[in-house]
Structures are given as C-alpha cells and as structure tokens.
Design a protein around this ligand. Structure first.
Ligand code: PMV
Length: 321
C-alpha cells in the first residue's frame, strides 16, 4: 500500500479558463503557494476486483474526474490497464468548499497511482498526469512556490518552501458546505458566456511577471496588490457570465473590507479567494498574532486554519507492501 500526503495549492495569480488542445490546459498562467499544514492523505493499493474502488472521507463514491484520470493513465501506460485500485482519501480541511481540495487530491492520486503501478515518473510527468484530474493539481505535485504557464502541459517549481519561511496564510472558513458549482464547470461557463472573459485573460497576462518578481524578493506589500488584481478580475469575469456566478457570501465581502482596514493599521493582510466563499489572508509570522486577534474579535463565529509554505508531497510505503 502506498500512502501519499499532499498539500493544497493556493493560487496567488489565478488560473481560470482553459485553452484549447488538451485536457485542463490553462488559458492563464498561475502562480501558487503550497499550503503547509493542510493535508490530503491518500492510500492506494492494487486490488483483485473487477472495478476500482474510491472512498472519500470514509464514504464510497463515484467520481467522473477520478475515472478520467485513471482512463488517461491506462491509455498512456497500457501495462497499467489490467490493474484495479482501491483509493481512499481524507482531507484535514473541508472538501469541495473552495480550499483547493481538488489540487491536493489529484496530485496525491497521480503520485500514488504511478507508484502503485510501479511507474517511475519524473516531476513533469507527474504534473501532467495530475492535470488530467484538475488544472490546479498540476501545481500541487510540487511544494513551495509554483508556476503553471498558460498553455503548458505541466507546472514547475519556482522556489522551494524555505524560500519564504516567514509567510503565513490564514484560511478563514466563511461557509464549509460544498459550493453550488464546481470550478471546472464555472470556468467553462465563464469562458463561453462572459463578455469580460477575454479581458480577464489579457489582464492576467500582465500580472504574471510582477507577481513572480514579488515572490522572488519575498515582498508581501509588493505581491499583495497584484494578488488582489488577479482574484478580483477573475471574479469580474465570473460576475459577467450568463447567468453570473456568485461565490461570495456576506462574510466574504466583510472580510475584504476589514483586511483593507487592518492594512491601514499596519498589519499586512492581503486577501485572495477561489471558487468558493472562503477568504485566504496572506501575512507574516510577525503580524500573525495581531491578525488572529482581529479575526477572533471581529469574526468570532468563523473558524480559521493557518498555513505555512508547504514542503510538498510525501510518499510512504511501496507497491509490494
Ligand atoms: O483546477 P481547478 O478545477 O481546481 O480550478 C482552480 C481554480 C481556482 O482555484 C479558482 C484558481 C487556481 O488557480 O487554483
């Protein structure tokens, strides 16, 4: 049995929309950080059974995206076609709520399946395989800071986790139920129907290099405004879709305003959001206690999870065990 522990990949510069020519090829370049301390643990064993078995958080499920990744594996590596797998996954954080559980989930699946099948894949091949589950998963096969260039088949690591040890990411859980529409459908809907989609893709192009430079110089005050432009323009494209996609809840909006107020009081608290109502605040270890104190005082009803920059996937066991 193989056990793989992965971390979600939080985009600082967002991927939203697919390019043509392959499965989950991104139309926009994304830059992301691995959320150390939040984990997906996936156990995979080869079984003697007619079909694969998939168990998520203790419940057996059928998942078309997982089937898609398995089909891709069996097509590209025909020797794996005769194998059937039991896959069991647990998240230490809410699933399908906009905390990038698909990124850590499919990265774990790609790494675990390749090991369980006895394949020796390099990072680039693992990233390509994970991408068949979800685009963000292509980044989550790496730790630290990653980039997934527009149109590319694989992500790459920009910096390892110890590049920026002071960075902290506070995930504020606004609502932990599953979201009304998943990222895959919502981004396709945006691409097809939003008059702002082309402008979003164009605007996003101008954010990639400045964001990479700000990550390179570990300058949060430089990175923060660029991050905000990325997620806010992404939501602009979603709001313009027909019908518009609205993931935000009242607490999400309130947090955006309060983060601005806290910044004006000298606390770096730079927010970003994904396909869900949660708000992720980037700060530094030095300012974390002040930020947590503000959150506890002003949002006592909301739980938070605090992450460091994650070191990336860990793999235990071997195919024979
Ligand atoms: O790859 P998916 O389907 O998990 O979509 C990711 C979409 C965002 O989280 C909104 C942005 C991103 O780059 O992670």
């Amino acid at each position: 049995m193989i056990r793989v522990v992965t971390e979600p990949s939080l985009a600082l510069i967002k991927y939203w929309g697919k390019a043509e020519g392959g499965v989950n090829l991104p139309a926009t370049s994304s830059i992301a950080v691995s959320l150390g301390g939040l984990t997906t643990t996936t156990e995979i064993s080869s079984i003697d059974a007619p079909a694969d078995v998939f168990v998520l958080n203790g419940q057996e499920q059928h998942d078309a995206k997982i089937q898609g990744l398995l089909l891709h594996l069996r097509t590209v590596f025909p020797d794996t076609a005769r194998l059937r797998f039991r896959i069991s996954t647990e998240n230490s954080f809410p699933t399908a709520a906009g905390i990038a559980s698909s990124s850590s989930g499919f990265a774990a699946l790609a790494i675990g399946l390749s090991r369980a099948a006895g394949l020796k894949l390099g990072d680039r091949e693992l990233s390509q395989l994970a991408r068949h589950g979800s685009g963000s998963a292509a980044r989550a096969v790496f730790g630290g800071f990653t980039r997934f260039p527009a149109g590319s088949s694989a992500a790459e690591q920009l910096y390892p986790h110890d590049h920026w040890p002071e960075l902290r990411i506070v995930v504020v859980m606004v609502h932990t139920g599953a979201k009304p529409i998943g990222s895959r459908d919502a981004m396709e809907h945006t691409r097809r129907t939003s008059p702002y989609y082309a402008s979003w893709v164009e605007a996003s192009r101008r954010l990639e290099e400045p964001a990479a430079a700000a990550v390179g110089s570990t300058d949060l005050d430089e990175l923060g405004p660029i991050m905000r432009r990325s997620y806010l323009s992404m939501f602009g494209s979603m709001l313009g879709a027909d019908p518009g996609v609205v993931y935000w809840l009242p607490d999400s909006v309130q947090l955006i305003h309060r983060a601005a107020a806290w910044r004006s009081q000298g606390i770096p608290a730079w927010e970003t959001m994904d396909a869900g109502p949660q708000v992720k605040l980037l700060t530094t270890a030095e300012h974390l206690p002040a930020l947590q104190e503000r959150l506890a005082r002003e949002f006592p009803h909301l739980k938070t999870l605090t992450a460091t920059v994650g070191a990336g996937p860990r793999v235990y066991g071997d195919a024979q065990a």
